[in-house]
Design a protein around this ligand. Structure first.
Ligand SMILES: *[C@@H]1O[C@H](CO)[C@@H](O)[C@H](O)[C@H]1NC(C)=O
Ligand SMILES: *[C@@H]1O[C@H](CO)[C@@H](O)[C@H](O)[C@H]1NC(C)=O
Length: 162
């Protein structure tokens, strides 16, 4: 039986038990999995994180970027499937993911990251810090892509592969 239903049963049995449980219920809720601390409306993915490959070099950066986006309140997802970056972007364009960030060897060496916008397929580059700040504002702060482009220079090369 779900914990919530269990509480209601006990509450029905005794009002003393109920007030007791009400005091302790925050503790009970807190022990449930994360689901209960999520907002009621779960936002769809706004940012796709695309490491160049599944190589270990990218792992730490992928974790760092995911964590920082999550802390900023931006719903992100990692696509580290073993296909080309182009194919991963194409698949996620169909799912409606607005922005993609790519981690490549330049990310490892120089802490840069590229940012791609779905509708224009335009790519920009900046430091990981600047790209995180910019994409956070794009998703939550109401700046538009034109403003983002003023902050981050265009990226017209292919991703650094080694
Ligand atoms: C990724 O795919 C390539 C060929 O498409 C294959 O050679 C390689 O072993 C795959 N790597 C992993 C980790 O599955
Ligand atoms: C890192 O930056 C240096 C200096 O700008 C550049 O020469 C190098 O190619 C960059 N690394 C990668 C992997 O792009």
């Amino acid at each position: 039986m779900p914990r919530r239903a269990w509480l209601f049963c006990l509450c029905a049995v005794s009002s003393t038990a109920c007030s007791c449980l009400c005091c302790f219920s925050p503790l009970l809720w807190a022990r449930e999995p994360d689901v209960l601390s999520l907002p009621a409306v779960v936002a769809p993915t706004k940012v796709l994180i695309v490491p160049l490959s599944v190589r270990a070099e990218f792992d730490l950066l992928v974790k760092e970027v995911s964590l920082r986006l999550r802390k900023a309140g931006v719903h992100a997802r990692v696509d580290d499937s073993n296909t080309s970056i182009g194919k991963r972007y194409a698949r996620n364009d169909e799912l409606g993911t607005l922005f993609g960030v790519t981690l490549d060897f330049a990310s490892v060496q120089n802490r840069t990251m590229t940012l791609r916008e779905r509708d224009t397929m335009d790519q920009r580059i900046g430091s990981i810090d600047d790209v995180i700040a910019t994409v956070t504002e794009l998703v939550l702060g109401g700046i538009d892509w034109a403003e983002a482009c003023q902050r981050l220079p265009a990226y017209d090369r292919v991703q650094a592969v080694d």
